[in-house]
Design a binder for this molecule. Structure first.
Ligand code: FE2
Length: 170
């Protein structure tokens, strides 16, 4: 692949990652607002929202270092779609379970995105970009691992709350 094609592909991938992280915020923030009975999930979501804001900053820095303007990103449509996806769960009694599965899927999607971007960075010799991408990847892997480990606990708590008939609130 020609050098400029690799660069275009890298820039597009970085912009998509930027949109992906804004989508992540629009999924996590409504979830956090609604959680009442799962304090450990709320705490972790709060932490990952802050991490995600840092990830967006890193991506913007990488784009800026490459001489790319990040203001014209097509994030809005994706953020809106993410918000709608989160809202779609609000009427369901098993919202916490559906959100746990969706978050697990989303974090693993993010992991794949950063692995792919790191491969492109290596191929194109974009050495300066790799530390930021690796930092983002590491945070996604930590979050995905936590969701994986916590799934049984959340599900067990959901079942016991359901038994106590407090499913009106998640
Ligand atoms: Fe994430």
């Amino acid at each position: 692949m020609a050098e400029n094609e690799t660069r275009d592909f890298f820039i597009t991938g970085l912009r998509n990652a930027h949109a992906m992280e804004n989508q992540a915020l629009s999924i996590m923030k409504p979830q956090l607002e609604r959680i009442e009975n799962y304090p450990e999930v709320a705490q972790k979501l709060q932490q990952h929202i802050q991490e995600t804001e840092g990830q967006i900053d890193r991506l913007e820095q990488i784009l800026q270092d490459l001489g790319e303007d990040h203001s014209a990103l097509k994030d809005w449509a994706l953020s809106f779609a993410g918000g709608m996806a989160a809202m779609g769960h609000t009427m369901a009694g098993d919202e916490i379970i559906k959100n746990s599965l969706a978050n697990f899927a989303f974090e693993n999607y993010e992991i794949a995105a950063y692995k792919s971007l790191l491969t492109i960075a290596d191929a194109g010799g974009y050495v300066a970009a790799t530390s930021g991408l690796r930092a983002n990847l590491a945070e996604e892997q930590t979050m995905a691992a936590w969701l994986d480990e916590n799934l049984a606990q959340v599900t067990t708590r959901f079942l016991s709350l359901k038994e106590a008939d407090v499913t009106a609130k998640i």
